[in-house]
Design a binder for this molecule. Structure first.
Ligand code: 4AD
Ligand code: MG
Length: 460
């Protein structure tokens, strides 16, 4: 069987010829006149093809009329112009092969609107729905656009380890990796002879490659045991991290802006059908927002200026903005949605709230020492990118580690990068799922990754 993707069949170029398509039944309507209309989807696009099957088929009474949502079939037939609304072609079946049945009494995905909460419990079947098929296709386009962006600029794709002894963000949100039985043996007896965990970021290892090869990036899964049950946090998520030697914070911010624009341009150009669906069914402003971002300049703002703007705002905050405290989601969203109505790059955060590796600024504001950090904020999602220029001065870095309670000895190799041929360098991390969320308008991050991992949830 040489199957034609339904997306290709629907272009109509093969009208008048015989083709075979295969997929899963969405709906079946059987008329008294001896016809069945089957809508079939194979995931190649949002659209279904209409199959017209008639009683001449040898298995019409025995099989075709009993088809229901979820059955898998392969259909061979003539592609003909369609009289029906909203479709240019349909398939006149000469053979309908029923491959797998789906008991209509038990198949969970019925042709009606299911809540996303319900579908999360059917994560293995939800890709058969319009929304989750569209999310998967947009996610794929974003991943392809990410690689194209870096490859076309000469960045090397580097694979950083998933199991690591380091804690890049120093936040202690680590998943331990161990083969020891609970309560048995100590770290020396463990598999690696030391304490290890799943990576929270590939940055530290990536810096080693940037400090040899120039411009590099990694793209892989990262893990955080943060117990935050929010629509924006996962325990396992994918991060893209570029790292550039001979680069400062300004260069880093410029790359971030160009990068985001190229991703969203690709989504608008290549996923028009899926985006029209999201705009109609999920968020009526999503296309307008993406289009605006592609053509607008991002706002640049220091953390100190951001705090002043927030303090001036006539608003009741859950967390009143004060210099030295983290920006909360309510603050991030106010800046990007209310104050500026476009993406905002906040830079130069207080050193006390940022990890040890960020470069200490030479002339901080009177409030206190700051680091060359940046967060890129976008409407609805808030922080989508976090990055910084890295501390390249050995003494300053060692001092910052001690201040953060980190033993510099444990990071001897990281310090070597400053001992031997140190250079200014900078990079950032983009959360893939927040990017997919932003591009699709999906409200919950659990609905933009196939099998979400969140506190108390790892069923699939
Ligand atoms: O701001 P973060 O923590 O930065 C880093 O990890 C740096 N080491 C990256 C670098 O400079 N190379 O995380 C980067 C991005 C965030 O802006 C957010 O988009 C995403 O990763 N992110 C999460 N996404 C989903 N669930 C979580 N729990 C996330 N934590 C961070
Ligand atoms: Mg961050």
């Amino acid at each position: 069987m040489k199957r034609v993707p339904i997306k290709e069949a629907l272009t109509g170029v093969a009208t008048g010829t015989e083709i075979t398509v295969a997929g899963w039944v969405r709906t079946v309507r059987t008329s008294k006149g001896g016809f069945s209309f089957i809508t079939l989807n194979d995931g190649s696009s949002l659209a279904c093809i209409q199959v017209v099957a008639d009683e001449q088929l040898p298995n019409y009474r025995s099989e075709v009329v009993h088809l229901s949502a979820g059955c898998s079939v392969a259909v061979t037939g003539q592609l003909v112009p369609s009289q029906g609304r909203g479709q240019t072609v349909e398939l006149r079946a000469s053979e309908v092969q029923v491959i797998g049945r789906a008991d209509p009494e038990r198949y969970p995905i019925q042709p009606k609107r299911h809540s996303f909460e319900f579908l999360r419990k059917q994560a293995h079947l939800r890709p058969r729905t319009n929304t989750f098929g569209a999310v998967a296709r947009v996610r794929n386009t974003i991943c392809a656009a990410i690689h194209e962006f870096f490859q076309s600029r000469g960045f090397l794709y580097v694979h950083t380890p998933i199991i690591t002894p380091s804690d890049c963000e120093g936040a202690g949100q680590l998943f331990r990796v161990t083969t020891l039985e609970p309560g048995r043996g100590d770290e020396q007896e463990d598999f690696f002879g030391r304490r290890t965990n799943l990576t929270v970021s590939g940055q530290l290892e990536l810096e080693a490659y940037a400090c040899a090869l120039g411009n590099v990036y990694s793209f892989g899964p990262t893990f955080r045991a943060e117990n935050s049950n929010t629509p924006r946090h996962l325990a396992e998520f994918w991060m893209v991290e570029p790292e550039m030697a001979f680069c400062d914070l300004q260069g880093d911010a410029a790359l971030a802006e160009e990068f985001l624009k190229s991703i969203f341009r690709a989504v608008l150009e290549r996923c028009a059908e899926d985006m029209a669906f999201f705009n109609q069914r999920i968020d009526s402003t999503v296309i307008e927002t993406l289009t605006g971002i592609v053509s607008s300049e991002f706002v640049h703002l220091s953390y100190t200026e951001a705090i002043e703007i927030l303090q001036r705002a006539q608003r009741r905050w859950e967390y009143p903005p004060t210099w030295g405290a983290e920006l909360q989601t309510e603050h991030e969203r106010f800046l990007t949605e209310q104050s500026f109505k476009r993406p905002v790059i906040v830079t130069d955060f207080p050193a006390s709230i940022k990890p040890f590796y960020m470069r200490l600024n030479d002339s901080p504001p009177p409030q206190g020492p700051t680091v060359a950090a940046m967060d890129v904020l976008v409407p609805k999602v808030g922080e989508i990118i976090g990055g910084s220029q890295r501390e390249e001065r050995l003494e300053v870095l060692t001092e910052r580690m001690r201040g953060a309670g980190i033993d510099p000895e444990a990071y001897w190799w990281y310090l070597d990068l400053r001992r031997y041929g140190t250079v200014p360098h900078a990079g950032f991390g983009l959360g893939l799922e927040r990017t997919v969320q932003f591009a699709t308008g999906m409200a919950n991050i659990r609905d933009v990754i196939p099998f979400p991992r969140t506190p108390r949830s790892a069923e699939f």
